[in-house]
Design a binder for this molecule. Structure first.
Ligand code: NDP
Length: 316
């Protein structure tokens, strides 16, 4: 149908995105992975690519799509999209910022509370009938403690607002000190880690932040410190983290993201001082719907010749 532009979905899309997408577009669902011959046949017609926040859109894929006009990501992170390659061809990339800030911030606080107050451990304690043998060991207070935010952006600021409700003091790091932000700034993750009880990582992924949270940063966080990562697995040196957790270099960690998802190292799963969630910080009905709506609205805007709602900063 020439009235309905062809779109390649590079990841499995939820029905509340796929169905409205199909009403306006001809959707080729992961054809590049499932049916190379059919993909080669339709590739010249594909005018847009879409997928979730972890979508792989490398240069090699774009090279196979001569008619590609835009990439619409349903997620705020786009570290696996080769934006420079897209820009060379004048192909805009869009994402879904802001609509997920509350959800991701809520999960960050949930992980902080879970690891300090041992909520999952306590649940296991009751289920396994251990309460009848005596009370569980004491947990650690979170209210009033010091929080360090690595990446005080849209989501980082939503985390700060919540943490203030818990009477926490807040400090942050990033590439630059932000004017108009009263929280103390530290020039590096290591300096910030040394000054706080909870270190929450919420930067973008990609090369610039790769393994920014390394053994030295964990050493600085110290034996009473907790690490929470809701950013990308690539930001934390996972092997160094496992060793720090095993050796008591830090007290514990709450992790929503991992280096090699959905693979989580057995050594990490074996530890009791970690709380692990399956990259679900934005995964509520309400927020995933809002993300899908915005990803679709960007596609529709493009093909209607209207301004894009939320291009990534590099494409503005
Ligand atoms: P923003 O761009 O608003 O904020 C990112 C922050 O990180 C900024 O404060 C920026 O500050 C800082 N930052 C960027 N690059 C660097 C760097 N190289 N070193 C240190 N700090 C850096 O993004 P959002 O808050 O909207 O989202 C942040 C990330 O959270 C996303 O990119 C995504 O990867 C992740 N995320 C994870 C989810 C999950 O499911 N777990 C869900 C949603 C998002 P400055 O510019 O001053 O350096």
């Amino acid at each position: 149908d020439p009235q309905r532009p062809a779109v390649l979905a590079v990841m499995k899309l939820p029905p509340f995105f796929l169905e409205p997408l199909r009403a306006h577009f001809t959707v080729h669902d992961r054809l590049h992975e499932t049916n190379p011959e059919e993909f080669a046949r339709v590739a010249p017609t594909i005018r847009a690519v879409t997928g979730g926040g972890d979508s792989q859109v490398p240069r090699a894929l774009m090279d196979k799509l001569p008619a590609l006009e835009m990439v619409s990501i349903m997620g705020v992170g786009y570290d696996k999209v080769d934006v420079p390659a897209a820009k060379e061809r004048g192909i805009p990339v869009t994402h879904t910022p802001d609509v997920l800030n509350d959800e991701v911030a809520d999960l960050a606080l949930a992980l902080m509370l879970s690891i300090a107050r041992k909520v999952p451990q306590a649940d296991r304690y009751v289920r396994e009938g251990r309460w009848e043998q005596g009370n569980m060991p004491l947990a650690t207070r979170m209210s009033g403690k010091r929080l360090g935010i690595v990446g005080l952006g849209r989501i980082g600021k939503a985390i700060a607002a919540r943490a203030q409700g818990f009477g926490m003091s807040i400090a942050y790091t990033g590439r630059t000190q932000q004017s108009g932000v009263a929280f103390p700034y530290h020039p590096s993750a290591k300096a910030l880690a040394a000054a706080v009880d909870f270190l929450v990582v919420i930067t973008p992924g990609g090369e610039a932040t790769r393994r920014m949270i390394n053994a030295e940063v964990l050493q600085a966080l110290g034996p009473k410190g907790y690490l929470v990562n809701v950013a990308r697995g690539s930001v934390v040196d996972e092997q160094a983290l496992i060793e720090a957790l095993q050796d008591g270099v830090i007290a514990g960690a709450g992790l929503d993201v991992f280096e090699n998802e959905p693979q989580v190292p057995a050594a990490l799963r074996a530890l009791d001082n970690v709380v692990l969630t399956p990259h679900m910080a934005s995964a509520t009905h309400e927020t995933r719907q809002a993300m899908a709506d915005l990803a679709l609205a960007n596609l529709q805007a493009h093909f209607a010749g209207k301004p894009l709602l939320s291009p990534v900063p590099e494409c503005r």
